[in-house]
Design a protein around this ligand. Structure first.
Ligand SMILES: [Zn+2]
Length: 280
């Protein structure tokens, strides 16, 4: 009897809702991020798993890399090879929201981005809310509002202005204006994390926060297969994360798979994904 009661008690305690927030900071080079003052990202790393030597797609342009992050496969499969998004192979390799919805249609999927083309891989029904807003400030405000007033289960957010600063002032740790843009993005991440904590249902929820970027940069640009462009960071933070620096190779394609695993979506062999779950 006692054992039954204990099991019941633990059973109830464990019945929390797993939720995922993915924040993508466009064009944020890991070495510059480490040089910038980023108290919010630091806190996520302290409570999480992280690496500064993850890899993005060798064609290190935004459309290619974001598609790899959100489908879990490299460009050879998703077929987005430029920011024009011509003929993406979303029938075979859809946005991971679609796979979430197939297995758990009750889960709410939200995507809020600054850079609109990101949504070209969304198909009818994939996202309950898909907004593209033209400044990071508007994106942040919308995300904070949605976290406070709505009930997302998985949300993808893209901030774009760090990449803008890289194109204008260069993507190097010595570039003061670039570091300032990273610090601004960090503050916006902080606002989103505060919004999670102030949710009325926060005590019944277990949030996994994933933060990464699509590519780095150098000489005021990116797109090449060189370490300055293809080396990215990856942070996974939350209650069920193995803390500390990650020792295995992490790739941009791991983000969607990690999110799905956390949401208890069965990762099917037949999906032929390139990514794996990392840090949880
Ligand atoms: Zn980009």
């Amino acid at each position: 009897m006692l054992i039954v009661l204990i099991v019941l008690a633990f059973g109830f305690n464990a019945k929390t809702q797993n939720k995922v927030l993915i924040i993508g900071i466009d064009g944020c080079r890991p070495d510059a991020m480490q040089e910038a003052k980023t108290p919010n990202l630091n806190k996520l790393m302290e409570n999480g798993a992280y690496t500064f030597s993850a890899q993005t797609d060798p064609i290190s342009s935004s459309g290619i890399c974001w598609t790899a992050m959100l489908t879990g496969v490299w460009h050879e499969k998703h077929k987005v090879i430029s920011n024009d998004y011509k003929n993406p192979n979303i029938k075979e390799y859809p946005h991971f929201f679609r796979r979430v919805k197939e297995q758990k249609p009750e889960l709410k999927t939200y995507s809020v981005v600054n850079w609109g083309p990101l949504h070209k891989i969304l198909q009818e029904g994939d996202a309950d809310i898909a907004n593209y807003l033209l400044t990071d400030e508007k994106v942040t405000k919308r995300v904070v509002d949605l976290l406070q007033d709505e009930n997302p289960d998985v949300m993808f957010v893209q901030l774009d202005e760090v990449d803008g600063a890289g194109h204008k002032y260069d993507y190097v740790p010595e570039s003061k204006k670039y570091l300032e843009a990273i610090e601004k993005a960090d503050a916006q991440v902080g606002q989103m994390l505060d919004a999670i904590k102030s949710r009325k249902t926060y005590d019944d929820e277990e949030w996994l926060v994933l933060v990464s970027t699509d590519h780095g940069g150098s000489n005021f640009g990116h797109g090449k297969d060189i370490p300055e462009h293809t080396t990215i960071f990856y942070i996974a933070s939350g209650a069920h994360v193995k803390q500390g620096e990650i020792n295995q190779q992490v790739n941009v394609t791991d983000v969607a798979v990690t999110a799905m695993k956390y949401l208890e979506i069965e990762i099917k062999e037949s999906w032929n994904l390139d990514g794996k779950a990392v840090g949880i």
